[in-house]
Ligand binder design. Structure first.
Ligand code: AMP
Length: 195
């Protein structure tokens, strides 16, 4: 049973690593960004509401995001562990996640902080803009998303660090090398893929 969070700025490689780790640990990767994009694409009421915030590089309101995650974590496949990619991103979301876990008598095992310097992040996001054509990967929106991350999300790392949960991982280098670093730090805590 592994319950982990991936925290890091946009472009740090969270989505890529989340998919690889989820497979390795046989747990669902829950990406709030992916869920929002799916809803935007399908023009659901949630998608219609979230789109404007996403296009501007702002966070979708906590009330919507918390409800979405609370629902997703109640699904059967998340009872044996999960990987949250891109949640929590605000202090309100951190409190909500604490509440959800407390209600389920569970707790987080590890918070993986993926780091990369700003120039590298901007380079990667510009590249992704060309490849994927995401509406929120334009230069102005990228800059804004990095600022919002620094302001609202980076401080959460201190909260989790004070609980002894943070493993800081260098997100630079080959994808498989970064994955190996993460797995090493997870296993160093006595957590194993088939535990
Ligand atoms: P991501 O793919 O994780 O970079 O997320 C893309 C966009 O979805 C973000 O810029 C936000 O607009 C929205 N989003 C994703 N996760 C959250 C969250 N936890 N809280 C608020 N907004 C979010």
């Amino acid at each position: 049973m592994t319950r982990l969070l991936l925290i890091g700025p946009p472009g740090a490689g969270k989505g890529t690593q989340a998919a690889l780790l989820a497979q390795r640990f046989s747990i669902p990767a829950i990406s709030t960004g992916d869920i929002f994009r799916f809803n935007v694409k399908n023009q659901t009421p949630l998608g219609v509401e979230a789109k404007g915030y996403m296009d501007r590089g702002e966070y979708v309101p906590d009330s919507l995001t918390n409800a979405l995650v609370r629902d997703r974590l109640s699904h059967e496949d998340a009872q044996k562990g999960f990987l949250l990619d891109g949640y929590p991103r605000t202090s309100d979301q951190t409190e909500e996640l604490d509440d959800i876990l407390r209600e389920n008598n569970t707790k987080l095992d590890i918070v993986v902080q993926l780091t990369a310097d700003t120039n590298e992040l901007v380079r990667r996001l510009a590249h992704r803009a060309q490849v994927e054509g995401r509406a929120d990967d334009t230069p102005e929106v990228i800059r804004h998303r990095l600022d919002v991350y620094e302001e609202q999300t980076a401080p959460l790392i201190d909260i989790y660090a004070s609980r002894g949960l943070v493993a800081m991982i260098d997100g630079l280098g080959e994808i498989e090398d970064v994955t190996a670093r993460i797995i090493e730090s997870i296993e160093a805590r006595g957590l194993h893929p088939d535990a």
